[in-house]
Design a protein around this ligand. Sequence first.
Ligand SMILES: N[C@@H](CCC(=O)N[C@@H](CS)C(=O)NCC(=O)O)C(=O)O
Length: 231
Amino acid sequence: MNRTLDVATSYLASVARLGSGSAVAHAGARPAKLLELYDFEACPFCRKVREMLSVLDLDARVFPCPRGGTRFRPTAVALGGRAMFPYLVDPNTGASLYESDAINRYLAETYGDGRVPLGLTLGPVTASSSAFASSFRLGHGRAAQPSHAPAQPLELYSYEASPYARLAREALCELELPYVLHNVAQGSPRRPAFVARSGKQMVPFLVDPNTDTSLFESADIVAYLRRTYGA
Ligand SMILES: N[C@@H](CCC(=O)N[C@@H](CS)C(=O)NCC(=O)O)C(=O)O
């Protein structure tokens, strides 16, 4: 897909969700340890959970489990018993959950003020608009591609509604590259620390401790990931 089409369809995906996951709201207690999310980018149910993480300003260790993936799918099945995504593990409480609505309620109750935003509570409307968002991306972020595993997880500064960050997440997912997802949606109190680290307020921003590389620009990030880890 050429760059203009990539950006346009990713933008439409965010519009289909009315920008859900673009701003922080309802944030509460902070976890001491990173949450762990097994998901894949094109999964509409996984998107609901990633939107909630952005809204609650929560980071997570992401283990991408695209279709046909062999790196983390077996771990997810061993931990939870089923190949179903999203699957969330919270090492702070010992909780592990399937079902996007149950996960979002858990996150709201544990790390928010108990409320799940309206756009994530509309049952079939939420699910179908999220499926519609995925459809714009024509299968990107759905299936595994051959790759080399990094020794250490990468880090991505992102928020769910960013059309550009989505392109980077899709590549991380397809290549089954584990990463720490740092959410810095609008209103995030962690934005100043992000700017101090990166130099400017722009997402996506990728940090790869394996090669001592950090870079902005989704097209450059996708090219870097494919060049460095694609097989
Ligand atoms: N009701 C579940 C549905 C989850 C679901 O159906 N996930 C699909 C992906 S979108 C899945 O895991 N399919 C099996 C697979 O990908 O192997 C939820 O809301 O989390």
